[in-house]
Write a protein that binds this ligand. Structure first.
Ligand SMILES: *Cc1c(COP(=O)(O)O)cnc(C)c1O
Length: 378
């Protein structure tokens, strides 16, 4: 049996709600289910939320909202997905890459201050694996230097920092519902607007630079082109699918947390023997069971373990390659080495993780990992 790395979960009323959207007869953006999804998050977060076609799009909206201009500097971890940086590069920003912590891929809050210059406009944090960055430190730094903070909360649904939901702490935040995340709609995302100053303009950018939203609310008597923008709002068919998932958030999360715990308990003995490190979760953070990763002692061991599992048709995968070393940005990077980002690029391994993953399969994967590090003597 082939064990994929990820498998999208279909958990309830997805098809029924898509049919319902068709029956209602409006499947373009900002329809019945879009409003239901936004309401779900607005109640949860007490913030204005806009559904987007992806987290990438929500991040692009952030860059527009912050009015990032050519030459502005934005501090971003090197260990992240390209979209985190791309959204700001599209507006002409210069990316100043920050390093990861030694014990976690999240950016090292202590390493940011020396990167701030007169041109710095924003810090973008990524809550890797849904584990919070040290937001108090980052927010106080931002306040001191008058910078904006954007949370790339793509992986951070149902996760908290000192009791605050991730994505509600920075000025703006972006979530993802890509099929590799905990809650999915194939492609999909959410912009969370924590600073009310951005609210009106966000609705305009979302609607292709028009004040169409204000028109539908009856605030203006005709709508037209008032700002830049793009087609950032998803079809209501996507929102219908997403709403079915949101209704099952707790079911999905409790299953994922039990999967996470089974891996953790099964692999702790090997961590104690020093074969690898397991995810570190600081006291200020919760674990939303977005992924399960281990950090091998060296890149060669990581690659051999991937090959070892592959022999049994189990797909484990590495993750981000440092963006400061990427073909696109390495020549534009200021040349500082970022050793911890490179460390996780070469050593981190993610194990299969999806809603339907059975306990038996997990036990089998755990046994294979044990056998890799401690081969049975015949
Ligand atoms: C998945 C992910 C994204 C991109 O999300 P999309 O919805 O696919 O655009 C961005 N940043 C991080 C950290 C992610 O994990």
């Amino acid at each position: 049996m082939k064990i994929p790395f990820n498998k999208p979960a279909f958990v309830g009323n997805e098809l029924e709600y898509i049919q319902e959207a068709i029956r209602i007869g409006q499947i373009s953006g900002n329809g019945f289910f879009t409003k239901k999804c936004q309401q779900f998050f607005e109640e949860k977060f007490s913030r204005k939320c806009l559904l987007t076609t992806s987290c990438t799009d929500a991040l692009e909206m952030c860059a527009i909202l912050l009015d990032i201009q050519p030459g502005d500097e934005v501090i971003i971890p090197s260990y992240t997905f390209v979209s985190t940086a791309n959204a700001f590069v599209l507006r002409g920003a210069r990316i100043i890459f920050a390093d990861s912590q030694a014990n976690h891929p999240n950016l090292d809050a202590e390493s940011i201050e020396c990167l701030i210059t007169a041109r710095t406009r924003a810090i973008v944090v990524v809550h890797y694996a849904g584990i919070a960055c040290d937001m108090d430190k980052i927010m106080s730094l931002a306040q001191r230097y008058n910078l904006f903070v954007v949370e790339d909360a793509a992986q951070a649904i149902d996760s908290y920092y000192k009791g605050k939901h991730l994505g509600t702490i920075g000025h703006l935040a972006a979530f993802s519902f890509h099929e590799t995340k905990n809650i999915i709609s194939g492609e999909g995302g959410l912009l969370v607007i924590n600073d009310e100053r951005f609210q009106k303009r966000a609705e305009i950018i979302w609607e292709k630079g028009t004040n169409r939203t204000a028109f539908f609310k009856g605030e203006v008597n005709k709508y037209g082109w008032v700002d830049i923008g793009s087609s950032f709002l998803p079809s209501d068919l996507i929102a219908a699918f997403l709403y079915a998932q949101l209704e099952k958030l707790e079911v999905i999360q409790s299953k994922r947390k039990s999967i996470w715990n089974i891996y953790n308990e099964g692999l702790i003995p090997l961590q104690r023997k020093g074969y690898f490190e397991l995810p570190f979760i600081p006291d200020f953070a919760t674990n939303n069971a977005h992924m399960f990763f281990l950090v091998c002692r060296d890149g060669e061991t990581r690659d051999k373990l991937i090959a070892h599992l592959k022999k049994s048709d189990i797909l484990s995968v590495f993750h981000y390659q440092s963006l400061h070393q990427s073909p696109y940005y390495s020549n534009l990077h200021d040349g500082r080495p970022l050793p911890w980002s490179d460390y996780f690029s070469s050593r981190l391994l993610r194990l299969p993780f999806y809603y339907e993953l059975s306990m038996e399969t997990q036990k089998w994967i755990i046994d294979l990992i044990h056998a890799f590090f401690i081969p049975e003597k015949e």
